[in-house]
Design a binder for this molecule. Sequence first.
Ligand code: FAD
Length: 445
Amino acid sequence: MENTLHIIGGGMAGSEAAWQAAQAGVQVVIHEMRPTVETFAHQTGNLAEMVCSNSFRSDDDEQNAVGLLHWEMRQANGLLMEMADAHQLPAGGALAVDRDAFSNAVTERLRAHPNVRVQEGEITDLPTEGHWIIATGPLTSGALAQSIRAETGADSLAFFDAIAPIVYTDSIDMSQAWFQSRYDKGDTEEERKAYLNCPMTREQYDAFIDALLAADKTEFHEGETAGYFDGCLPIEVMAERGRETLRHGPMKPVGLTNPHQPDVKPWAVVQLRRDNALGTLFNIVGFQTKMKYGAQTKVFRTIPGLENASFARLGGIHRNTFINSPTLLDDQMRLKSRPNIRFAGQITGVEGYVESAAMGLLAARLAIAELTGKTLPPVPATTATGALVTHITGGAEAKTFQPMNVNFGLFPPVEGLKGGRRGRKDRYKAYTDRAKADWTAWLAG
Ligand SMILES: Cc1cc2nc3c(=O)[nH]c(=O)nc-3n(C[C@H](O)[C@H](O)[C@H](O)COP(=O)(O)OP(=O)(O)OC[C@H]3O[C@@H](n4cnc5c(N)ncnc54)[C@H](O)[C@@H]3O)c2cc1C
């Protein structure tokens, strides 16, 4: 088998992957379809184009999980972080960059690298031979998406995300909420208590519907047609169809008894379902939404039990091609059915420029090890990179898998620290200290 690494897609993930491999002495071909074939969001033929905001978000590596991911990529000599640092713009604690200068610089560095060749053109079929990383992102071309679908099955490739907000479990007020599955369904105690329930009185429900209807909403981007499936309508659209729709849909109060007030029948119930194996995150069932972020926190904190909720991520609906990584990928990011192919970037079900680049970095390091006959120890789940890859390749619930930003809810808890909002600062510092030590040791091999 030839020892060239082929990367499909020269976006955030593909560019970082190419750099890592080329620097390790591996010959790389980046197959990029732009500018021959365009997407509705990209504007140039550059590698690593930022399609929307020009921010890499928080650069705080002690208190923020994305800031920690920056730190880890810098330690691993990541090209995207080097170029982001070189072209940053003033933005308080965030890392904002001059998008054109950034992508021009990434493109120049990769094109000038003796081990990198950029081949223009769309790849339309899943490759059968050689070493490949697929990093074609949320706007993967239709032909390649169909080919992936043919390999993985229709249920394993999504074209839209429909994200319900995710809440940190330790920020839910358990003096109001309770664990119970509808009609106590399930064979085990764990299954019978798989959901968290937040009850509402009639007045609370009415106020909630009014707030939903009045909230600011985001429009779809041009060219990004909605195409909602009836199964994942935004909650505000359900509320527009009738004030009672939600009470007969995701908020129906049946099959549940509130142990805090057993004699009072709730008028409606908001249910939250476990989102990761660690049990640190719960998603609000059926609450995918196009409300603006500020409106979401305001409206969702009116739900009894969620008044002090901290959100690991807020809801959204976007055009987004992604695979069901928890079922399809092994812990080396390889497609189980075709191990010569790795996936990286947003198509694996991570979300955001930084997370995508980090998954490119990791996929390349795993591929390099394989190509050079080395064995890499597993990346520790205590690091930001490790927490993300552990989530997508197994920690996440496969049935309800939706794209995820990096956040501390994905990290194994540090024992002996105070929970809730009060202990947050110390907890986050402990997570980032532990991550830095473990990442440094992992990089040292
Ligand atoms: C409209 C929109 C707005 C977004 N806004 C933000 C934001 O503000 N902040 C943020 O952090 N994230 C945002 N995202 C998500 C963002 O796209 C990703 O975070 C990031 O770009 C993903 O990196 P990636 O490398 O996986 O994909 P991309 O950066 O999209 O790179 C994929 C590359 O693959 C190429 N490609 C696709 N199919 C083929 C093919 N068959 N053959 C060859 N090449 C192919 C594409 O041309 C592209 O260059 C947005 C996404 C969209 C769609």
